[in-house]
Ligand binder design. Structure first.
Ligand SMILES: [Cu+2]
Length: 126
């Protein structure tokens, strides 16, 4: 929801920019150069959980990406970071439930399922 609000505010700001530059004699090329770059902040990447496996097991994303885990198993799983303190830790996800986390800082984030610790995955942010 917070991302949606940011997106709406960015759109409003873009609209305001159009209005205030309306009298400018420079045509569309100007607004192109100053277009807000909101796309990276709202990028998402998915990790599916199926048959006791995170897929892809290793995922590389740009900083600011929202990673969404989706559990397709009939058994609950979690996505729990290895780090101490934990960077992220999902609750137990039932079938088709999702958990998302926005990775803002570059790094190497190994994680596992707290219910089935042999299930392992890794998010690389760079
Ligand atoms: Cu599990």
């Amino acid at each position: 929801m917070r991302n949606l609000r940011i997106l709406v505010m960015a759109l409003l700001a873009a609209l305001a920019g159009c209005v205030t530059t309306r009298s400018s004699k420079i045509p569309g090329s100007q607004s192109r150069g100053s277009a807000p770059t909101t796309a990276p902040a709202t990028a998402t990447a998915n990790v599916t959980i199926d048959n006791f496996t995170f897929s892809p097991a290793e995922l590389t994303v740009a900083p600011g990406t929202r990673v969404v885990w989706v559990n397709h198993d009939d058994i609950p799983h979690t996505a729990t970071s290895d780090s101490n303190p934990r960077s992220f830790s999902s609750p137990a996800l039932d079938t088709d439930e999702t958990f998302s986390f926005v990775f803002t800082t570059p790094g190497d984030f190994a994680y596992f399922c707290a219910i089935h610790p042999h299930m392992r995955g890794r998010i690389v942010v760079k």
